[in-house]
Design a protein around this ligand. Structure first.
Ligand SMILES: NC(=O)c1ccc[n+]([C@@H]2O[C@H](COP(=O)([O-])OP(=O)(O)OC[C@H]3O[C@@H](n4cnc5c(N)ncnc54)[C@H](O)[C@@H]3O)[C@@H](O)[C@H]2O)c1
Length: 348
């Protein structure tokens, strides 16, 4: 990819820093021109660290810069839809962190604006770009494990986020499980027809007091008949637990956690190893590079983005259905229209 792409970043928080450093150090052809954050000191500090020429507080500074071709929206979730819409209207291609919004109506409005503007929109479902999960997808797609019948996704954070984050996160299903819904659809290559949630508070009563859950198992029924589970917890004392297994007619494929080293210590008491990589910034490092590199390639080569707005919309709807299932204690069907009218077609 010989061409260059001029990029601006909105948000210099946890994920904004990851993307900014990748653009500067890891992605050939990326030219990070400016970083903005409501916390201007954060934007200026990150820009100074990386030698990025522009920094400010207002995202509109990126939109009025004619040199900037694409914007990475890495600010808090409640700002994604508005910034994406304004960026699209200004003719900028957008990479938007997940989720696009907590409101389906706002997502639909955003996708409409993007389509009208004729720009590209990629949603930050980075796990699709992880080497382990790509290999699982390849095994399903190629028929290597035959016809899939079961999928199990284990997705547990090492520790719960601060309670202030929980309160504005939209709840565990929208904040955390949204990744797993996307993984499930991506790995099986089919839509999910029905979800049934069992969830509770097993980690921190403060999470329950904030109206959220921290532990859940979600049963999935796919349109092609595959049955699945998502197992979520906000706490795994041994580190970030991110595993998948799919059983097919010819065999199964499973991925283990990623470790900082491969060393195994054996002595008279036990055989042991160090803990898995602790959280998303360590575990998914390469996937964050790959997703933005692919976004750039889609823009520069005028190809479809690998994860589009429709993917962002469906996973949010799944998260809402999972929350409703938990509240009402019943399965929620996304085809029959008992929640979202005509969300998926009868044949999915
Ligand atoms: N793909 C992933 O694995 C992943 C991981 C972490 C976070 N995220 C998503 O990224 C987003 C940010 O998460 P985070 O953990 O980096 O949060 P954060 O709180 O660390 O950073 C968000 C930053 O956005 C800034 N901001 C808020 N409103 C703004 C505005 N209007 N203009 C400019 N800056 C603004 C804040 O000042 C803050 O510095 C969330 O939507 C989250 O869901 C995705």
């Amino acid at each position: 990819m010989a061409k260059k792409l001029n990029i601006g970043i909105v948000g210099a928080g946890r994920i904004g820093k990851v993307h900014a450093r990748n653009l500067v150090y890891r992605i050939p052809g990326a030219c990070l021109r400016a970083i903005v954050d409501l916390n201007e000191d954060a934007a200026r500090g990150l820009a100074a660290e990386l030698g990025v020429p522009g920094a400010g507080a207002d995202f509109r500074e990126l939109l009025t810069d004619p040199e900037i071709q694409a914007v990475l929206v890495c600010s808090s979730t409640d700002t994604h839809a508005r910034i994406t819409q304004e960026a699209a209207r200004a003719g900028k291609h957008v990479f938007c962190e997940k989720p696009i919004s907590h409101s389906l109506a706002e997502i639909d409005e955003t996708l409409g604006v993007v389509e009208k503007a004729g720009v590209k929109l990629q949603v930050g479902f980075n796990r699709r770009f992880d080497a382990n999960f790509r290999r699982v997808r390849r095994a399903v797609e190629s028929g290597e494990i035959g016809e899939p019948s079961l999928i199990h996704i284990v997705s547990r954070d090492p520790a719960p986020p601060p309670i202030e984050y929980v309160k504005s996160s939209g709840g565990m299903f929208l904040d955390m499980t949204v990744h797993d819904f996307d993984m499930a659809r991506f790995l099986i290559g089919a839509e999910i027809e029905e979800v049934f949630t069992l969830a509770g508070v097993r980690v921190d009563p403060a999470i329950g007091a904030a109206g959220d859950v921290d532990t859940a198992v979600i049963l999935l029924k796919f349109c092609n008949g595959v049955i699945g589970t998502i197992d979520n917890s906000r706490r795994a004392s041994y580190g970030y637990d991110q595993r998948v297994e799919i059983l097919g007619s010819k065999g199964s494929i499973a991925t283990m956690n990623n470790y900082p080293n491969q060393a195994v210590i054996s002595d008279g008491q036990s055989v042991r190893r160090d803990l898995p990589l602790n959280f998303f910034m360590d575990r998914y490092t390469e996937s964050f590079v790959a997703e933005v590199a692919d976004f750039m390639e889609a823009v520069l080569m005028d190809r479809p983005v690998p994860v589009g707005g429709a993917d962002g919309r469906i996973s949010v709807a799944m998260a809402m259905a999972a929350a409703k299932s938990h509240l009402e204690g019943r399965p929620i069907n996304l085809v029959t229209g008992d929640y979202f009218p005509n969300f998926l077609s009868a044949d999915c």
